[in-house]
Design a binder for this molecule. Structure first.
Ligand code: MTE
Ligand code: HPA
Ligand code: MOS
Length: 763
């Protein structure tokens, strides 16, 4: 089987389905293992005036009660700025903030003991709303601005101008495996840590800092996550630190696994956004300028909000030439969970803004939104983004044209208008939305990766690389790439646990760059081994360098051929090094963090989706009837995995924009803290008709096998569902009114918007 471009199964699929795949909580426990639980703050903003933990201490099975004072090193686990206390130190900033930790003989004893605390708070007025925070000038970071070079003539004479506001909610990650860390003391002050994390190296660093260790005393191992989705890029840190602190103080292995409700209450989510805009546009619907202010709900600390806001600013344009853009982002500090990375990393929130504005323009002009979208697309050549990057790979025109055709957009639009005319209660809507998503970390130095490839004398491979497997199929792709380099079967290559003692100084597996970076690093390692084998064949067998081919588990040279395994055994006997490290760094990136200008992205990934929905105007219920997805994964390394990422991203995005609503009460307590109140999509929410295709394209940049990153961009395909719902609502007022619909478009929100559209029509 040709290892690249083949739709082979995920390397762990057989383990996932049989239940054999081991996650951190499945590891056999070491003798003497203790279990930790955390006390979540009851108040959103308060000073702790007294804290009585005697009953906690005396509860059955308790070994230790640990507070901020007991932390051996620094009480901070922030990824960029030191504003993330591991345990609250006399002061709490959101409901759910861990105040102290109990370590007990069992998980349940630890959880029961936590509840015996009595804490007296002196409350401080919390700030719970981003607009309040903005009014008070309360931010976790300095405001950010991007203004495009005003090359377009500054005609303040645009035919139309509109000013407005809208909102977009956050999103709970809902990884199936919650946050968990398991720390075991090792000899000479060392520590071994198993963590469900996207960022083993960062976990190594924060643990070293809070326990006063050197980096070489901490090993972090991560075989697989049961999903991360960005929620374990930085926010696995707190639990790694806590388990490690307890293990250090008690000299025992300690496991900390959050209960689902605690996980939802304690951890940050996708950032919610509030937008205020003024758009000038011509009578053809072309945008002439967009002025946009984004108020971003950062929560109580900075976490990754800086790079998230940067990515949001760099995605407002989506696939559109905004001519003149004046964009600002404010990371508002509120007394709530510290919001964090979530699939798209601010990109979806940025792009949503121009989609919303364009949707409005189309209805204002009485034209089809798809036509207005197309008129605003970046030109094929020489287009420059507001942040100054020249787009060299624009395929949105042909991609959208293909989908418009294969998705029967125009025909269905007509059909649906006819249907709506005859259907007073059920209304249908349709929308086609594009995606352009920038690939690379917007912090240049993160765009590097390392790998370690071993070939054993039986001809099998073991691969370590800096990336982490979270279900996205990274290990499968890396194995395919290594197999291809040496012409062996993928089944001969095993990619295994990320381990900071094997590959050092790794970046988070994030920004969709997992395969771009790590498969390149592994390829580099494999090529070095191949080169040594070639040299061996030349010197030992007189083979001619250019004639040597590695294929189908054999090596062919001149008229000879030998099994790869035979070659490896002979090379070993001749003392040829059969393992190698590898390294890769993305070329050509530059980014000025102060000016927010440069070329932060190596390339762009494109896609588009058409969604058709039906809504019930009496109940607000919405159903996605059909979706057609066309996505650009470049020359796909593994179409099966890529199609899975595309459909998964789309459905996850649909959940975010429709049913997943986060609700906090007036005291700042998250009410939607369990699956009973927080509604993620289920199988029955998937459309009965779902057509997913890869757009035939080869990356213009020299990426791994000319593929494109696919992890995050498809999430934005779900815009089509939201705007199809909005289209269905608009039909109530004969498409003359822009429905006042914010995201998520829950049943209640749909019903309210339907009512709002009916009101003026009835008058
Ligand atoms: N797919 C699965 N199954 N589980 C995940 O947690 N995370 C997404 C995406 N796809 C995720 C996923 C996010 S947020 C990112 S950044 C990428 O995968 C990370 O992996 P990659 O860079 O290897 O694509
Ligand atoms: N994505 C995810 N994580 C990041 C990024 C990004 O673009 N930049 C810095 N950390
Ligand atoms: Mo993904 S949000 O970059 O972990």
């Amino acid at each position: 089987m040709r290892p690249s471009g083949q739709a082979i199964a995920h390397e762990s699929a057989h383990l996932h389905v049989s239940g054999e795949a081991a996650f951190v909580d499945d590891l056999p426990e070491l003798a003497g293992t203790l279990h930790a639980a955390l006390y979540p703050s009851d108040k959103a903003h308060a000073r702790i005036t007294s804290i009585d933990l005697t009953n906690v201490q005396d509860a059955p099975g308790v070994f230790a009660v640990i507070t901020a004072d007991d932390i051996p090193g620094q009480n901070d686990c922030g990824p960029i700025i030191s504003d993330d206390p591991i345990l609250a130190d006399g002061f709490v900033q959101y409901v759910g903030q861990p105040v102290f930790m109990v370590v007990a003989d069992t998980y349940l004893n630890a959880r029961r003991a936590v509840r015996q605390a009595s804490i007296v708070y002196e409350e401080i007025e919390p700030v719970l709303d981003v607009r309040d925070a903005h009014a008070h000038g309360q931010y976790v970071l300095r405001p950010m601005h991007i203004t495009s070079d005003a090359t377009a003539a500054a005609s303040s004479e645009a035919a139309f101008s509109e000013t407005g506001s809208f909102r977009l909610g956050g999103q709970e990650h809902f990884y199936l495996e919650g946050q968990v860390a398991y720390a075991a003391p090792r000899e000479d002050g060392c520590l071994h840590l198993w963590s469900s994390t996207q960022h083993p190296t960062e976990m190594q660093h924060v643990v070293a800092h809070c326990t006063n260790r050197d980096a070489n005393q901490v090993v972090v191992e991560m075989r697989r996550m049961g999903g991360g989705f960005g929620g374990k890029e930085s926010q696995s840190a707190q639990y790694c630190c806590l388990a490690s602190i307890a293990a250090t103080l008690l000299e025992r292995p300690v496991k900390l696994r959050l209960d689902r409700d605690d996980d939802m209450v304690m951890t940050g989510k996708r950032h919610h956004f509030e937008y205020d805009y003024t758009v000038d546009y011509g009578d053809d619907g072309r945008i002439e300028s967009l002025q946009l202010q984004m108020l971003i709900g950062a929560g109580f600390s900075a976490d990754l909000s800086g790079p998230v806001a940067t990515r949001a600013l760099c995605h407002v344009d989506n696939a559109y030439d905004l001519q003149r853009a004046d964009l600002s982002a404010y990371c508002c500090k509120t007394n709530s969970q510290s919001n964090t990375a979530f699939r798209g990393f601010g990109g979806p929130q940025g792009a949503f803004a121009s989609e919303y504005v364009i949707d409005n323009i189309a209805r204002n002009l009485g034209l089809d939104p798809l036509d207005i979208r197309k008129r605003n697309f970046y030109a094929r050549d020489a287009a420059v983004t507001p942040y100054g990057q020249t787009i060299e790979d624009n395929v949105i025109h042909e991609l959208v044209a293909q989908l418009e055709d294969s998705g029967d957009y125009r025909y269905r639009r007509e059909q649906l208008r006819a249907f709506n005319a005859d259907s007073p209660i059920i209304k249908k809507g349709i929308a086609l939305t594009p995606v352009k998503f920038g690939i690379s970390f917007n912090v240049v130095h993160f765009n590097q990766a390392g790998a370690l490839v071993h070939v054993y004398t039986d001809g099998t491979f073991l691969v370590n690389h800096g990336g982490t497997e979270m279900g996205q199929g990274l290990n499968t792709k890396v194995a395919q790439v290594v197999a291809l380099e040496l012409g062996v079967a993928v089944s001969q290559v095993r990619a295994t646990a990320a381990d900071t003692s094997k590959v050092a100084n790794t970046s988070a597996t994030a920004a969709s760059t997992g395969a771009d970076l790590n498969a390149k690093a592994a390829q580099n390692a494999a090529r070095q081994i191949r080169q040594r084998l070639v040299e061996f064949l030349v010197s030992e067998y007189g083979a001619e360098d250019s004639k040597i081919r590695f294929e189908q588990g054999r090596v062919l040279f001149a008229k000879r051929s030998m099994a790869f395994r035979e070659l490896v055994e002979a090379a070993y006997q001749a003392r040829v090094q059969l393992w190698s490290d590898g390294f890769y760094k993305t070329p050509g990136l530059h980014w000025d963090r102060e000016a927010l200008r440069g070329s932060p992205f190596y390339y762009y990934a494109y896609g588009a989706a058409v969604s058709e929905v039906a809504i019930d105007t009496l109940t607000g219920e919405a159903v996605l009837l059909r979706a057609d997805l066309l996505h650009d994964a470049g020359h796909s390394i593994n179409p099966a995995i890529d199609l899975g990422q595309i459909e998964g991203g789309f459905i996850q995005g649909m959940g975010w924009l429709t049913s997943e609503e986060l609700v906090w009460n007036a005291q700042g307590r998250l009410l939607t803290h369990a699956p009973s109140t927080y509604k993620i999509p289920s199988v029955s929410d998937c459309p009965t008709e779902l057509h997913t295709r890869l757009f035939e394209n080869s990356n213009v940049k020299d990426t791994i096998l000319r593929s494109k990153a696919v992890g995050e961009p498809p999430l934005l395909l779900a815009f089509s569902v939201f705007f199809a719902i909005r289209d269905a609502i608009a039909s109530v007022a004969d498409y003359r009114i822009n429905p006042p619909l914010n995201a998520p478009a829950t049943g209640e929100a749909i019903l309210d918007a339907v009512e709002a559209c009916r009101r003026p029509a009835d008058e």
